[in-house]
Design a protein around this ligand. Structure first.
Ligand code: NAD
Length: 497
């Protein structure tokens, strides 16, 4: 099946059969392909080419650059089923979610096309007679993109679509666990470039397949003015200082530890549905996965019972076959989950679920039932992001206590409250409320849509992508003062003669 899909997506067989780095399917551990990884020297050569592509692309008018992104969006529409299936095969999320990721790519292309005619600057009043001041936005340079396994295509597109209309070239280092998705996106973009015509320069977009060494060659090169990196906080801690050391910019989209406050006034039917999707979707491997349920003591027992019932009905299995929960990415992810659950048990927590499933059918696929862990307090285990379907349950008695728990973790990505009390809802989204980049009311913490700025505070890294005014991150700001008079007055009334 993989050969037909990759063939239709335009990926040459040699690109995924002839290499030495084996890509395995999370579904059953079988081999999906073999790719060649690149050395640091090969990355440096790619950056040379990306610089040349940038020099040509920045001269193409922005609305025309938008036309390339429009054509790419068309390719994605035509190939949504195949690319969505490839996402499922390579990273293990269920097909509905794979298709959703491709839809996000289409949506960001639409947004970027409109944006290509709106790269607005400002005019500013000058204090000097006969002077104009303005602010202009210019293309930045080759942009380095590093992405995680769990969203193998959409976060690249969030960055790529806007970076392209802003006049930049692209260097993408995808996760070593999901390079086939990257090869497919690149092939579709190349088709769009062929339809676009000669003013799309060669090497406008390149994919770097590699591990840490390749990533470091990209982050250390001063010719790459912006590194946009999605992944764990551990990765961000390594990447951010390296980029800062050469005064580069970074957009960091790192780990989350997302909570829901469930108030006594909440519509519990809706809340339980919200919990289910956000806690078990993508087998708990979303950066916005619901990891902490902060529930009012008066409804706690009832809610936990209802979640357990809902969990019992969740179908776990092959992500291509209409199940709700697919596999974890690999054995290491499974081992980490089990070790965290074991620690929780030792600390006296009540653990429900979390066992391995379907081991006989898939000895090399790691399926688990989602776990619920009732804890007495928010200790170090709860404050840490474990990338697996573990939902910690904490009780609360008054709203301020719930809000303090929501904020008392090192990460600051997403958060939500279920309540019908307007005071609580407004307090939660106020300046004294949730400290996260995303704060929702009566919606779970995951499943963001294109248009809003996506990202989070604290150890989540502070980056924003995919909407609002984030296009500015892919451009450089220039302040211009133009003197059209015959005098040369100085600002602040300074006399210099
Ligand atoms: P990871 O940190 O292991 O890897 C992410 C990427 O970083 C990979 O491409 C990897 O090769 C690269 N990398 C790792 N170390 C590097 C280094 N020193 N220099 C350069 N590149 C390096 O993450 P993962 O396991 O693929 O993904 C899961 C994590 O990503 C979770 O923590 C999740 O919350 C986070 N995530 C965050 C967002 C977000 O938008 N905030 C989105 C998706 C995933």
């Amino acid at each position: 099946m993989i050969d037909e899909i990759l063939g239709r997506l335009g990926v040459a067989t040699s690109a995924y059969r002839d290499g030495d780095y084996v890509i395995t399917s999370p579904t059953d551990g079988g081999e999906l392909g073999r790719v060649s990884t690149e050395s640091a020297a090969a990355v440096t050569a790619r950056i040379d080419r990306a610089e040349r592509a940038f020099a040509a692309w920045r001269q193409v008018p922005a609305p025309r650059r938008g036309e390339l992104v429009r054509l790419f969006g068309e390719q994605l529409r035509w190939h949504k089923e195949d690319l969505g299936a490839l996402v499922t095969l390579e990273c293990g999320k269920i097909l509905q979610e794979g298709l959703g990721e491709v839809q996000e790519m289409i949506d960001i292309c639409d947004l970027a096309v409109g944006q290509s005619r709106q790269l607005y600057g400002l005019t500013i009043a000058s204090e000097r007679p006969g002077h104009h001041m303005r602010e202009s936005w210019h293309p930045l340079g080759p942009i380095g993109l590093i992405t995680a396994f769990n969203f193998p295509v959409a976060p690249w597109a969030w960055n790529a679509a806007l970076a392209l209309v802003c006049g930049n070239s692209l260097l993408w280092k995808p996760s070593e666990k999901t390079p086939l998705c990257a090869l497919a996106c690149q092939a579709l973009l190349e088709r769009a470039m062929a339809d676009f015509g000669d003013d799309a320069p060669q090497d406008l977009s390149q994919v770097i397949i590699g591990e840490r060494e390749a990533g470091e060659a990209l982050t250390d090169d001063p010719r790459v003015p912006l590194i946009s990196a999605t992944g764990s906080t551990r990765m961000g801690r390594e990447v951010a200082p390296r980029v800062a050391a050469r005064f580069g910019r970074s957009i960091l989209e790192l780990g989350g530890n997302n909570a829901m406050i469930l108030a006594p006034s909440a519509d519990l039917d809706m809340a339980v549905r919200g919990i289910l999707f956000s806690a078990v979707g993508t087998a708990g491997q979303r950066c916005t996965t619901l990891r902490r349920l902060i529930v009012h003591e008066s409804v706690r027992d009832e809610v936990v019972e209802r979640i357990k019932k809902a969990y019992a009905n969740v179908t776990i299995g092959d992500p291509m076959q209409g199940n709700l929960v697919g596999p974890l990415i690999d054995a290491q992810a499974f081992d980490q989950m089990q070790s965290v659950l074991e620690k929780a048990r030792q600390q006296g927590a009540k653990v429900f679920g979390g066992e391995r499933q379907l081991a006989e059918t898939y000895p090399n696929g790691y399926y688990v039932s989602p776990a619920i862990v009732e804890v007495a307090e928010q200790d170090e285990l709860v404050r840490h992001e474990t990338f697996a379907p573990i939902l910690y349950v904490l009780g609360y008695r008054d709203f301020d206590q719930a809000l303090a728990l929501n904020n008392d973790v090192p990460q600051g990505l997403s958060s939500c409250i279920f309540t019908t009390d307007v005071r609580e809802a407004e307090a939660f989204v106020s300046d004294q409320g949730s400290d996260c980049g995303i704060a929702n009311v009566n919606i779970g913490p995951s499943g963001a849509e294109i248009g809003g700025a996506f990202g989070g505070e604290k150890e989540t890294g502070g980056g924003r992508e995919s909407g609002s005014d984030v296009w500015k991150s892919y451009m450089r700001r220039q302040t211009n003062t133009v003197n059209y008079s015959r005098e040369l007055p100085l600002a602040q009334g300074i006399k210099f003669d």
